[in-house]
Design a protein around this ligand. Structure first.
Ligand SMILES: Cc1cc2nc3c(=O)[nH]c(=O)nc-3n(C[C@H](O)[C@H](O)[C@H](O)COP(=O)(O)O)c2cc1C
Length: 193
């Protein structure tokens, strides 16, 4: 069975830019694995209000949308979380989508891609603290995208040539990280079975 990777768009804001970054990640991954772009706009998960932490409640009965989200993410061997930086952190919508997870991403690898004035460094740091809480494994590398998103992509979603060919630029940084993600996804998938 081929490796399945989900790329999650971490912004639902009107006029958002994170979708462009996520499409570039998905296009790059498509060359080697099964990839699905997950848009949190399609999963308007209510703010977590369960009386017991999802990881410690074997009898939980999540609402329909949360359950749809959980049923979706359990399908994948690995993830790329693509996040904006809001107030030195990840977005609330992405954090809530993490908070509702029980054991659906236990021992699965997550690659992190962010953007912002300083490449979304604090959003990434914040996700590195949060994700182990739901049993996920963040891989060592990350992509910190500092170019202006509105001007960086072709109509087909690929990175503009002058940026893609930049030595040690975002394209090579992304490809290195995705190689690592697939290595972890295959190794951990074998270990889980
Ligand atoms: C509420 C808010 C807070 C923000 N805080 C930061 C920040 O702390 N650091 C940063 O680099 N950019 C910050 N920004 C700029 C966003 O990263 C930028 O608008 C980006 O495009 C957001 O992603 P989105 O367009 O996909 O929603 C902030 C934007 C908003 C709307």
């Amino acid at each position: 069975m081929s490796t399945k990777i989900a790329v999650i768009i971490g912004s639902t804001r009107q006029g958002r830019h994170t979708d462009k970054l996520a499409t570039w990640v998905a296009n790059t991954l498509k060359k080697s694995v099964d990839v699905e772009l997950l848009d949190l706009r399609d999963y308007p998960i209510p703010f977590l209000d369960e009386a017991i932490s999802p990881r410690f409640n074997p009898h939980r009965t999540p609402d329909t949308i949360t359950q749809k989200w959980l049923d979706k993410i359990i399908e994948f061997d690995g993830f790329v979380f693509v996040t904006p930086e809001y107030n030195r952190s990840t977005s609330a919508v992405l954090k809530n989508a993490i908070d509702v997870i029980g054991h659906e991403i236990d021992d699965k690898p997550v690659a992190l891609v962010a953007h912002g004035v300083s490449g979304g460094a604090q959003a990434i740091a914040n996700l590195r603290m949060a994700l182990p809480g739901v049993g996920a494994i963040t891989i060592p590398q990350a992509v910190y995208f500092t170019d202006r998103l509105a001007d960086s992509f072709e109509d087909n979603g690929d990175l503009k040539k002058e940026i893609a060919e930049r030595p040690y630029g975002p394209q090579s940084s992304l490809e290195t990280q995705l190689d690592s993600l697939l290595w972890y996804a295959n190794a951990l998938s074998a270990a889980r079975t």
